[in-house]
Design a protein around this ligand. Structure first.
Ligand SMILES: Cc1cc2nc3c(=O)[nH]c(=O)nc-3n(C[C@H](O)[C@H](O)[C@H](O)COP(=O)(O)O)c2cc1C
Length: 340
């Protein structure tokens, strides 16, 4: 998807620098031409040779290294770059870029780049939450940078919170969104629900279905690549959680309480004792309206709803014969096969 594009990957002196190697490799697999510039401190964490082997190009560190093919390499490189990503970006480099400092090969080259620029800050949570760091990131946003939010979790320093570099596959999706396809869905808001739902029968058991989430994730990804603002509401899907750039995976709680129409509340805790008397009646299946019914509220502007139902081959043939329509919006329902 990135054939003919030159991606400039900036790597700075953070503990997550090793993840940049996997990203460089993923970009090469997408057939991008990848140029890597490292800061001097980044070379303490990972060797330039790693990037040279992965990309087939010289990895640049020193502005005054004259062993290049062009006279003024940082300007020549800036001119032929289609997209810049700095990952990981230290607090130091965020500050330097926000204030126009250009004292090494990376900051000098990036200052001369006019293409889209992405930055993935990664650092200790307190460093990230420091108002100075946040101000610097705001300044970068104002200058047109896309700041990729760090992931949360346990950091290398032992702290737990925001500051982790997102996984290389997630960073790749951000790059693809910027460059891979024309943005003919820009300005559209797309909400995709994917994966199976779970209906609680009691605090222990639930009803579910064989949905894998593959189709919903693929639709969300294509809408994202075509520039739409995507929100992905996902059940416990079987596909990897490498979410599209703008898609926010909203995982509903494990189960909707039995009998609620569309809510996502938990079944309240309760003691379960075997009840004497006749066996409990079968659950009233018809009291579980699909989530899509809640999304369809007529009279709220121009909206299109495309409900999709998991079907086996024979039930798809049957419903095709009957030309099945969504009961809430009247549009034809999309059938998706149940996959293993
Ligand atoms: C073991 C170690 C890990 C570090 N990890 C980070 C980090 O994840 N994020 C960060 O902003 N700085 C981190 N630092 C501090 C930077 O390396 C330091 O600020 C350095 O000056 C950054 O230089 P650069 O921005 O030119 O690469 C770390 C330092 C050490 C010694």
């Amino acid at each position: 998807m990135l054939k003919g594009k030159t991606i400039l990957l900036g790597v700075t002196g953070g503990i997550a620098a090793y993840k940049a190697a996997a990203l460089a490799s993923a970009l090469v697999k997408q057939r991008a031409h990848v140029e890597v510039i490292m800061t001097a401190h980044a070379t303490e964490f990972i060797a330039p040779l790693t990037f040279e082997q992965l990309t087939g190009n010289r990895c640049m560190v020193d502005t005054f290294d004259r062993n290049f093919s062009h006279q003024v390499e940082h300007i020549a490189l800036a001119d032929r770059t289609d997209l810049v990503l700095i990952a990981p970006a230290t607090a130091n480099v965020c500050g330097k870029l926000a204030h126009g400092l250009a004292d090494d090969m990376l900051t000098t080259t990036v200052l001369a780049c006019t293409c889209p620029k992405l930055i993935a800050p990664a650092m200790n949570t307190k460093m990230f939450e420091n108002p100075v760091t946040q101000d610097n990131l705001d300044i970068l946003r104002r200058y047109g940078w896309e700041v990729i939010a760090p992931a949360s979790g346990r950091l290398a320093c032992g702290a737990v919170g925001a500051g982790k570099l997102p996984e290389p596959e997630v960073l790749l999706q951000h790059i693809l969104r910027q460059t891979a396809l024309p943005h003919d869905l820009a300005g559209k808001h797309v909400l995709v629900t994917a994966g199976p739902t779970q209906e609680a029968l009691d605090p222990v058991r639930y009803l579910t279905n064989h949905s894998t989430g593959k189709m919903g994730y693929a639709l969300a990804r294509m809408a994202m690549l075509r520039g739409a603002d995507v929100v992905l509401v996902s059940g416990p899907a079987a596909v990897p959680r490498t979410c599209p750039a703008t898609a926010a995976p909203v995982r509903p709680p494990q189960a909707r309480p039995h009998g609620t129409a569309t809510g996502c509340g938990h079944m309240p805790p309760q003691r379960i004792r075997p009840k004497p008397g006749p066996p409990r009646p079968r659950p009233p299946w018809s009291t579980f309206p699909p989530i899509s019914s809640a999304l369809w509220s007529p009279g709220r502007g121009r909206r299109r709803l495309y409900p999709s139902t998991a079907r086996t081959a024979s039930s798809t043939r049957r419903s095709m014969r009957r030309r099945k329509f969504c009961p809430w919006c009247g549009q034809a329902a999309i059938a998706s096969g149940t996959s293993p």
